[in-house]
Design a protein around this ligand. Structure first.
Ligand code: DX5
Ligand code: ZN
Length: 231
């Protein structure tokens, strides 16, 4: 596991912005990334519909990158452990959709993945702090879930700061992941607030060279993480 010192930033390109007909090649183009972020949407929890288990299974065979599955689905208690069994390295599900979040986190971990709790922009973090002892990752949404290419919501950053303060104090041990609207401009604020995993869809797959975009984001995030604000 990780030390409590200043960690290295992790960049997780979101394949939502990739060419779905060429996912194998697209994942090769970001072979220098830390995680590959896979947005699973069911058309119910969010209005959009994307991909599910069969694609995750195929991707797992096609790439060595750890798969970071972000489940934007109803009834994650039923479906989330299957993503861990399919080979995902981290499986995050939304607290707003969960029934028994503790039991689901334990089932994900039993199946061999890290367990992540995802929260929408309007969901408060404070009431969830106790629950987070069961989790390895906190995914803070910085856009409304459902679509890529939206504007970054800086108003969620106090939640990142709060989570970082609990990790610093030793109450929680978490990756703190920010998802939505991350680019070379917004990643600094997220890093300064205490995030250490940065999801980027459009900023990576919309770039001419996605691998270079990953490295550029990493450099800027690293600088931000070394200059924390208000932690
Ligand atoms: C939105 C997804 C994000 C999305 C991010 O619901 O969870 O992962 O792919 O895309 P960008 O980086 O374009 O905001
Ligand atoms: Zn996502």
């Amino acid at each position: 596991m990780r030390s409590l010192g200043v960690a290295e930033p992790m960049i997780a390109p979101s394949i939502l912005a990739a060419d779905f007909a060429r996912l194998g090649e697209e994942s090769e183009a970001v072979g220098n990334a830390d995680w590959l972020h896979v947005d699973v949407m069911d058309g119910h929890f969010v209005p959009n519909l994307t991909i599910g288990l069969p694609v995750v299974k195929s991707l797992h065979r096609a790439t060595d990158l750890p798969l970071d599955c972000h489940l934007m689905i109803e009834d994650p208690d039923r479906w989330a452990p299957g993503y861990a069994e399919a080979g995902a390295a981290n499986v995050s599900f939304h607290v707003e959709a969960a029934g028994d979040a503790v039991q689901t986190a334990r089932a994900i971990k039993t199946a061999g993945a890290l367990a992540g709790l995802a929260i929408k922009p309007a969901t408060a973090l404070e009431p969830l702090v106790e629950l987070l002892v069961e989790f390895d990752t906190l995914l803070v949404m910085s856009v409304e879930p459902g679509f890529g290419g939206q504007r970054f919501m800086a108003e969620v950053l106090p939640k990142v700061r709060l989570a970082r303060s609990h990790v610093k104090a030793g109450h929680l041990r978490l990756f703190i992941e920010v998802d939505g609207g991350i680019d070379l401009d917004t990643i600094t604020a997220a890093a300064e607030a205490g995030a250490d995993v940065f999801v980027a869809g459009s900023a990576v797959f919309g770039a001419e060279d996605p691998g270079k975009a990953v490295e550029a984001l990493r450099v800027v995030a690293r600088a931000g993480m070394r200059h924390p604000h208000g932690r």
